[in-house]
Ligand binder design. Structure first.
Ligand SMILES: [Zn+2]
Ligand SMILES: [Zn+2]
Length: 131
């Protein structure tokens, strides 16, 4: 069965491994497969009816444009694909690479984490003052 490579558009004889069809032997690299996997797992979190057009080559371009770093802290190597605005979907203008910590804060609000620390600092301060 012939397949078309999602990166170079070249036709090749498809390999029958479920979920991994779409990369020609030249582009069948660990890196490309890992990124392809990331797109597919992000797709599972897509809200119903949101657009879903992100291609592997677009995502590889986005990752390169962030120099392989997390888009938020720009310190750590990214390890997840964040859909920025859920209803805008899995599209090139709405995805960013994030590190594990920033991904967590994006999902759970960095501001609430700041408030939690503030509250703990106050307790800590009153405990020390009481001594
Ligand atoms: Zn290819
Ligand atoms: Zn980060």
């Amino acid at each position: 069965m012939m397949q078309v490579c999602v990166l170079c558009g070249v036709e090749y004889a498809g390999l029958a491994i479920a979920g991994y069809q779409g990369l020609c032997p030249d582009h069948w690299t660990k890196d490309a497969l890992r990124e392809w996997d990331r797109i597919n797992s992000a797709r599972k979190h897509l809200v119903a009816g949101a657009p879903d057009t992100l291609t592997l080559s677009e995502w590889l371009g986005i990752v390169t444009s962030w120099r392989g770093l997390c888009a938020l802290c720009q310190l750590n190597t990214y390890n997840s694909l964040a859909i920025w605005i859920p209803s805008s979907g899995l599209v090139a203008g709405n995805v960013a690479p994030l590190c594990r910590a920033c991904y967590y804060h994006k999902e759970h609000s960095f501001l609430s984490a700041m408030d939690d620390v503030r509250a703990k600092l106050d307790i800590q301060h009153s405990l020390i003052a009481a001594k």
